[in-house]
Design a protein around this ligand. Sequence first.
Ligand SMILES: CC(C)(COP(=O)(O)OP(=O)(O)OC[C@H]1O[C@@H](n2cnc3c(N)ncnc32)[C@H](O)[C@@H]1OP(=O)(O)O)[C@@H](O)C(=O)NCCC(=O)NCCS
Length: 167
Amino acid sequence: MQVVLNKVSQTIDWSDIVIASPMSENDLSEAMEIERTTIYSPWSGDMFLNEIERENPGMTVFKVQGQLIGYYCFWKVLDEAHLLSVCLHVDFRDKGLGKFLMDYLENTCQTMGLSRILLEVAKSNHPAIKLYRKCGFVKVGLRKKFYQETGDDAILMEKFIQAASVL
Ligand SMILES: CC(C)(COP(=O)(O)OP(=O)(O)OC[C@H]1O[C@@H](n2cnc3c(N)ncnc32)[C@H](O)[C@@H]1OP(=O)(O)O)[C@@H](O)C(=O)NCCC(=O)NCCS
């Protein structure tokens, strides 16, 4: 069943509705369908499979009523998280869910004791840049012609985070 989402309030509490879980092979076809709608370095099935097979704790999917509506993938490198991908189903964009996914990512990284999140974003990807700025990321560099498909430059952004309190 496809979830139909009409115009919703930006202040909706997505944590009541969205279920996060590690990605499994059963999620692959829906994830590939979502990937087909993005021009920014779409992932192949093999790229997802690699993350599933190595049980990367950073490969997380988000579902509403069983429908996959988005995912992110990060790699843990020493005490840092390198965000490789974050993507939402087109019907679920611009509703505050990007912020929900990024908050979830940050909480996860805090729990893992990581101290910094790093990401690259295409210079022309205004929704994503707006989202990252809103989440407290700052520009720390530029990678010229980073995206082979489009020739677009990538902005390198970072956010320092504090480990979750154990008390
Ligand atoms: C990037 C992405 C995850 C952002 O998710 P989102 O659902 O738009 O995020 P939010 O709803 O939390 O919106 C974040 C901000 O961007 C704005 N925004 C969303 N879509 C926009 C658009 N098409 N144009 C301009 N601004 C947009 C929102 O209004 C919001 O700003 P606000 O808080 O001032 O209202 C989503 O657009 C996506 O999946 N894109 C395709 C994949 C991709 O580009 N990933 C990033 C790779 S680095």
